[in-house]
Design a protein around this ligand. Structure first.
Ligand SMILES: Nc1ncnc2c1ncn2[C@@H]1O[C@H](COP(=O)(O)OP(=O)(O)OP(=O)(O)O)[C@@H](O)[C@H]1O
Ligand SMILES: [Mg+2]
Length: 248
């Protein structure tokens, strides 16, 4: 199936939490080969899942640059081996592989890392049934076409007008920069269910699902517990019905 799902939205709306819960759900399906990509240089998904980082996309980029500067390798061989090196950079945990983008030392390198990440996503997606990408907040990575290979844009928002506005902006940028894809809105931190139908009726985005405010999420966050061990609590149950509605 080789489906790639990007979890996008405004800062702080719950992208990493939801991506981590999707990782937990992937682990429940051991017949599915899953890949999680932490595309946020802040490495929140690595923390939320306690999945260690073996080698980041940025580490690999720097190694390749160093090799080509030292002329220790034939550039054509180098290009051919990137796919192999990417696979070697993955952390493996049961049926789930994990890769983090990492953070360049110099500010100016972010766009180069994003370009490399776009190529890495292109290469890796075909090796896995499902790829879940925890994107950086906002529209930058969509603008830079980092997500151009994805099949599904999961737009996460809390119930705020700002969060919903950013979700719609991301939908619009995605429409320009991603070829064939579907979108779905996930409302997070819902306190009253009636809010969901109010928003669903007033917004021109298809609703994929909603996740309630769940004290367990705060507990896991504050105490740095791995979301791969999240209990059968409301946030996980709601995530399960969202997971079931992802494209096959
Ligand atoms: N359903 C929920 N119930 C309770 N708290 C939640 C829920 N979802 C997220 N939170 C809390 O909201 C905060 C932000 O969540 P998270 O880090 O997942 O957001 P994010 O979109 O990844 O943020 P960033 O843009 O900084 O990467 C965290 O403190 C988290 O515990
Ligand atoms: Mg995050």
């Amino acid at each position: 199936m080789n489906k790639a799902i990007a979890v996008c939205g405004k800062g702080g709306v719950g992208k990493t939490t939801i991506a981590a819960l999707m990782c937990k759900l992937l682990l429940e399906h051991n017949n599915i080969k899953g890949l999680a990509i932490d595309a946020d240089p802040g490495a929140g998904l690595s923390q939320a899942t306690s999945l260690p980082i073996k080698k980041t996309v940025n580490d690999l980029r720097e190694e390749i640059i160093a090799c080509s500067q030292e002329r220790t390798a034939d550039p054509s061989n180098l290009a051919a081996s990137i796919d192999y090196q990417l696979m070697e950079s993955l952390t493996e945990h049961q049926n789930l592989a994990f890769l983090a983008v990492g953070r360049p030392e110099e500010d100016g390198c972010y766009c180069q890392v994003n370009t490399f990440l776009r190529e890495a996503i292109q290469m890796l997606v075909s090796h896995f049934d499902y790829t879940i990408i925890d994107a950086e907040a906002g529209i930058e990575q969509l603008n830079r076409r980092v997500m151009e290979r994805i099949d599904f844009l999961m737009l996460v928002s809390d119930l705020s007008a700002k969060g919903l506005h950013v979700a719609k902006t991301i939908r619009d940028v995605g429409a320009k920069n991603i070829k064939d894809h579907a979108v779905g809105l996930v409302l997070n931190r819902v306190k009253e269910e009636k809010e969901v139908s109010r928003i669903e009726q007033s917004i021109d985005l298809p609703l994929l699902g909603w996740i309630p405010e769940d004290q367990n999420v705060n507990d896991f966050d504050c105490n740095a517990k791995s979301f791969l061990h999240f209990p059968e609590a409301p946030a996980l149950q709601a995530s399960r019905s969202i997971f079931a509605r992802l494209p096959e």
